[in-house]
Design a protein around this ligand. Structure first.
Ligand SMILES: [Zn+2]
Length: 368
């Protein structure tokens, strides 16, 4: 491809206001009973792993190393009606009642503090803004740099650092308000997108494709045989991976399962739950920056083939700030049409060079 393409990063600094860590000493109940015991065994001060520094690392790197073709636009807050397309009334009532409180929401250590609910509304609304921009043709592709992440949030509860399911809210908006008929969601975060799977489990018009580290890794869902139900049977595709799996395995899964699935489904919009915790700095899997870039090019090709390139990515996890920022940067570079390096099995070129170097020393002596 290697032809410059227009990419818009959607970013709203209100997402930085979600910071339960600042209030961790005041959090009641579970913290004392369960987490305090873990914290007491640590030699460093505990920090809420999903923190504002993740986003600043991404935006700082983009400012230091700008990418030609990439521009930045503000986001917006999602409305209650938009959130209500994928979350229940009782869940929204409960979360909105916590606007000024600091509390834990569930057993996964998901917490809120003042500012968190608004940050979550802005995260979901900014995902919508990204989708609107690509569907309305105002940008070639879009990337919503948001937090809290979304893909673990279920219709009825927050989970795994996620309050609202941003990608699901964006997909539902595309269906309900933008005239999209078939939305493909690829989730390449290291963790299974249990919330997104639940929301679209019986929906034949949303193809959910998730490649993730297999159970017993968090959250434990996403078995190969989980394919959706009812009218949605077949529209959920899970590819569980062993720990340590890297670029070559990921790219093979995408080329040999995702591409034919997309050819069959013919999406009119492609969304990506883009987490960067499959990089080895996050100790889950072994995807490199070249790997993220190559995966991006595959989904870009799918979007080009089926829907005039309509592709929006929404940030999910990634907790090492260096690999997160570099991973997003490599992804934006690929979205903008930059030149890519095809990933190989790590070390194979070096071994081939070493074979050529050493081999003569062990060859039988030729007769004189
Ligand atoms: Zn993750």
């Amino acid at each position: 491809m290697d032809q410059q393409r227009d990419v818009t990063v959607f970013y709203d600094e209100r997402v930085l206001a979600h910071y339960p860590d600042a209030n961790v000493d005041f959090l009641p109940g579970r913290l004392d009973k369960r987490i305090r015991a873990i914290l007491s065994g640590l030699t460093v001060q505990w920090k809420y792993p999903e923190h504002p520094g993740r986003i600043s690392a991404i935006m700082d790197l983009l400012a230091r190393e700008p990418i030609s073709g990439v521009r930045i636009e503000p986001g917006r807050a999602a409305t209650r009606e938009e959130l209500g397309r994928v979350h229940t009334t009782s869940f929204l009532d409960h979360l909105f009642s916590l606007r000024d409180q600091s509390t834990w929401l569930d057993v996964d250590t998901t917490a809120v503090a003042p500012g968190s609910v608004e940050a979550a509304e802005v995260a979901a609304g900014t995902a919508i803004a990204a989708v609107e921009a690509v569907v309305e043709g105002r940008t070639g592709s879009a990337f919503a740099v948001v937090r809290p992440p979304g893909h673990h949030a279920e219709p009825v509860r927050a989970r795994g650092f996620c309050l609202f399911n941003n990608v699901a809210v964006a997909a539902a908006h595309a269906h309900a308000a933008l005239g999209c008929k078939r939305v493909l969601i690829l989730d390449w975060d290291a963790h299974h997108g249990n919330g997104t799977q639940d929301i679209f489990w019986s929906d034949p018009d949303t193809l959910f494709f998730d490649i993730h580290r297999a159970a017993p890794f968090y959250p434990g869902s996403g078995a190969l045989t989980d394919i959706g139900a009812g009218r949605g049977e077949g529209a959920t595709v899970n590819v569980p991976m062993p720990g340590g799996a890297g670029d070559v395995a990921y790219l093979k899964a995408m080329r040999e399962i995702l591409v034919p699935a997309a050819d069959y489904f013919k999406p009119d919009l492609v969304l990506v739950s883009a987490g960067f915790d499959a990089h080895w700095f996050d100790l889950a899997l072994n995807v490199t920056y070249d790997g993220f870039a190559a995966m991006t090019r595959i989904v870009q090709d799918i979007a080009d083939k089926h829907c005039d390139g309509r592709l929006a990515m929404i940030l999910e996890g990634g907790y090492n700030t260096e690999s997160l920022a570099r991973g997003v940067h490599a992804t934006l570079h690929a979205l903008a049409g930059g030149e890519l390096t095809e990933p190989k099995v790590c070390g194979i070129e070096e071994v081939e060079a070493a074979i050529a170097f050493h081999k003569p020393a062990f060859e039988p002596d030729q007769p004189e």
